[in-house]
Design a protein around this ligand. Structure first.
Ligand SMILES: CC(C)(COP(=O)(O)OP(=O)(O)OC[C@H]1O[C@@H](n2cnc3c(N)ncnc32)[C@H](O)[C@@H]1OP(=O)(O)O)[C@@H](O)C(=O)NCCC(=O)NCCS
Length: 178
C-alpha cells in the first residue's frame, strides 16, 4: 500500500532558480489526474526511458499502477510548478521497498522542465524519506542507453557500488549513507 511522509502532506515550496518555484508534496489516492498530466507531458521517448517499453497511450491502468504499486511500502513525491494563475504537475519520484532495507528508485519529469533541477529536488526528499525508513540500499533498473538518468542519479547518490548489465538494461545499486 502506498504510504506517504506526513511532513509533506502540504506542499513544500523550493526555489529552483530563475523564478521557478517547485512545490513538492506527497501522493494521495486522488492524484490520478496529476500522474496522467505528468506522463502526457513526457515525450514518448521519455516515457520509454521511464517504463522500458513504448507507452504510446497513457491509460488509466498505467496511472493507477504508478499511484499504487501493488502491496509494497512506497514513498512517492510529486513536483508542481506554481505560477500566479495555475499549478502545473511536472514530475514525480518514487522509492519502493523491496525488502532487507533496499528500495527501487524511479523518476519522471516532463520534457519542458527537464534539466532545471526538478529531479534533484525530488531526489533530496526521497533520500530523506529513505534514510528515515532505514532503506540503505537504493537500486535503479535503467535502460543502458539512458546515460542521462545514470549520470543524474550518480550526481545525487555518488558512484554505484555495483552495476549489473543484462541485455539492454543496467541494474545499479547505491549505498545510502546518512
Ligand atoms: C532522468 C530525469 C528524471 C532527470 O531529471 P531532471 O529534472 O532533468 O534532472 P536535474 O535537472 O535535477 O539534473 C541533475 C543533474 O543530472 C544530470 N543530468 C540530468 N539530465 C541530464 C541529461 N539529459 N544529460 C546529461 N546529464 C543530465 C546533470 O548532472 C544534472 O545537473 P546539471 O544540470 O547541473 O548539469 C529526467 O531527465 C527524466 O524524467 N527522464 C525521463 C525518464 C527517465 O529516464 N527516468 C529515469 C528512469 S529511473
Amino acid at each position: 500500500m502506498t504510504s506517504d511522509t506526513p511532513a509533506l502532506e502540504s506542499p513544500q515550496k523550493v526555489d529552483a532558480g530563475q523564478q521557478f518555484i517547485v512545490a513538492v508534496r506527497s501522493l494521495s489516492p486522488e492524484d490520478i489526474e496529476f500522474v496522467r498530466r505528468v506522463l502526457i507531458g513526457m515525450s514518448e521517448q521519455s516515457r520509454y526511458l521511464r517504463f522500458h517499453s513504448p507507452v504510446p497511450i497513457v491509460s488509466d491502468w498505467l496511472c493507477r499502477n504508478v499511484l499504487n504499486p501493488k502491496d509494497f511500502e512506497c514513498v512517492t513525491y510529486l513536483a508542481e510548478h506554481h505560477m500566479s494563475d495555475r499549478v502545473e504537475p511536472i514530475g514525480f519520484g518514487q522509492m519502493i521497498e523491496t525488502g532487507d532495507g533496499e528500495a527501487d528508485l524511479s523518476l519522471a519529469v516532463v520534457d519542458v522542465h527537464q534539466r532545471k533541477g526538478v529531479g534533484h529536488i525530488l531526489m533530496s526528499h526521497l533520500i530523506a524519506s529513505a534514510t528515515m525508513r532505514g532503506w540503505n540500499i537504493i537500486q535503479a533498473d535503467v535502460l543502458a542507453e539512458n546515460t542521462a538518468a545514470i549520470g543524474a542519479i550518480s550526481t545525487w547518490l555518488g558512484s554505484p557500488v555495483s552495476r549489473h548489465t543484462e541485455s539492454n538494461r543496467v541494474k545499479l545499486r547505491w549505498h545510502l549513507t546518512a
